[in-house]
Design a protein around this ligand. Structure first.
Ligand code: SF4
Length: 427
């Protein structure tokens, strides 16, 4: 492995760029028939934001007028009816509204969103996470979310230094951020997560520490530290050849600072106050996900599927327009079928990139084999570098291994998934 530490953030496997049109499109009833639906994840995707951050490679559009947000909720209702019919009496262990920025919706629209989610699960009895932004974390919206059962709110701050926020094309003011954080705390939602970014042009160890301390002043239950990534279709250009070194240095400083402040490390990005994990029965390695909305993925044991995917503004708009006009939500449109080998690989990736590591007993119980036998070539380079610790019970990344999660994850993709992703990127 000769590449740098920042290849890609593996938040799911396979990535959506490996999905392809399903032909014929299977009906959702077929797709969900026979699945274990006792502990699913319900995800509603809201593809709207006030502005496009320069670092963003998510599926979202800006400046959506009220007619469009209303039409989007109408479409979500139609989709929910079809999906409810397909998943039958499924039980949901956890739920989330993500984006985009779900709080781009008004308070009244958020009520509708909760009603739609409430068709699947009693939101007050499962953990419910919602993403928000400094400009939209207003008391009226937060009151709705708190009243409807939100247990976790995640806010993208990125930097508490105004000039850095501007450099990352997220031109918010510190005062607005502090007001939003005050609003969230006043709403008494149990878990506050603050997202910060390192590797911004002009950011220094001192200014990074300043942002970390400004976040810590709120004693958030969770903090995510994201390395800045710039993708071809997003707005920022190159910011210097020492970028990898800058990011690694800031990562280590941030990690150490949060550990000293009493946080535990959950993954390369995630840090949490001990005892603040929102208990859920959901297990991301094995349990399925029901996604609603045009950017959401759904997972069964052997099929991952979604609507079409894009990042470029024109295509995103076209896909959202298609979605709001759609009447038939009874089939899966694009996706990826996981065979037995891909299921093993997914389990490996979903476990190994967590600080707790991979439980070999669980893996053996699920697949009848040991991960070191299944992936000898894939894992050896990391073991050789001292990035992988092995015990009879666990495979776990060392601190330096965790620091290189964004290189380790992509290196473990299958050749087939890599080829599909490369073909997508080359379009
Ligand atoms: S980073 Fe988040 S808030 Fe910014 S444009 Fe992307 S989805 Fe919206």
């Amino acid at each position: 492995m000769t590449t740098g530490p920042y290849q890609a953030y593996v938040y799911s496997y396979p990535h959506k760029t490996a999905y392809r049109p399903l032909d014929p499109r299977p009906s959702l009833r077929e797709v969900w028939a026979g699945e274990d639906t006792r502990a699913l994840f319900l995800y509603l995707h809201v593809p709207f934001c006030e502005m496009r951050c320069g670092f963003c490679n998510l599926f979202t559009r800006t400046g959506a007028p009220e007619e469009l947000t209303g039409a989007y909720l109408d479409a979500l209702e139609r989709q929910a009816a079809a999906v409810c019919d397909a998943v039958g009496d499924a039980t949901f262990a956890t739920a989330a509204f993500g984006g985009g920025t779900p709080t781009y919706f008004t308070a009244a629209e958020l009520e509708r969103l909760c009603d739609i989610a409430g068709r699947f699960a009693d939101l007050r009895s499962v953990p419910l996470g919602v993403e928000t932004s400094p400009a939209t974390a207003t008391p009226d919206r937060l009151a709705v979310l708190a009243e409807r059962g939100t247990t976790r709110i995640s806010i993208g701050v990125q930097s508490f230094v105004d000039a850095e926020a501007r450099a990352a094309v997220r031109p918010q003011k510190r005062a607005e951020v502090e007001t939003a954080l005050g609003n969230i705390r006043a709403a008494a939602i149990p878990v506050l997560n603050i997202d910060l970014i390192y590797g911004i042009a002009g950011q220094t160890p001192a200014s990074w520490r300043y942002s970390l301390d400004a976040a810590l002043a709120w004693r958030p239950e969770e903090i995510y530290l994201y390395p800045l990534y710039v993708r071809p279709l997003t707005g920022l250009g190159k910011i210097g050849r020492e970028w990898d070194d800058q990011r690694l240095e800031l990562y280590r400083a941030g990690r150490d600072h949060l550990l000293e402040a009493g946080y535990e490390q959950v993954s390369m990005r995630m840090f949490r106050l001990p005892g603040s994990a929102g208990g859920t029965e959901y297990c991301c390695q094995t349990d399925g996900m029901v996604g609603l909305g045009c950017g959401a993925r759904s997972y069964t044991s052997d099929l991952h599927y979604s609507f079409e995917y894009a990042v470029g503004a024109g295509q995103v708009r076209a896909i959202i327009d298609d979605y709001v006009r759609a009447e038939d939500f009874t089939t899966a449109r694009v996706g990826f079928r996981l065979d037995a080998a891909e299921r093993r690989r997914r389990h490996l990736l979903q476990s190994l990139l967590q600080a707790d590591g991979l439980d070999r007993g669980l893996y053996r119980a699920r697949f009848g084999t040991d991960p070191l036998d299944d992936f000898p070539e894939g894992l050896k380079p990391f073991a050789d570098r001292g990035w992988l610790a092995e015990t009879p019970d666990l495979l776990r990344l060392t601190p330096e291994g965790l620091a290189h999660s964004d290189a380790i994850g992509p290196a473990l993709f299958s050749a087939e998934v890599r080829a599909l992703m490369d073909a997508y990127e080359a379009r």
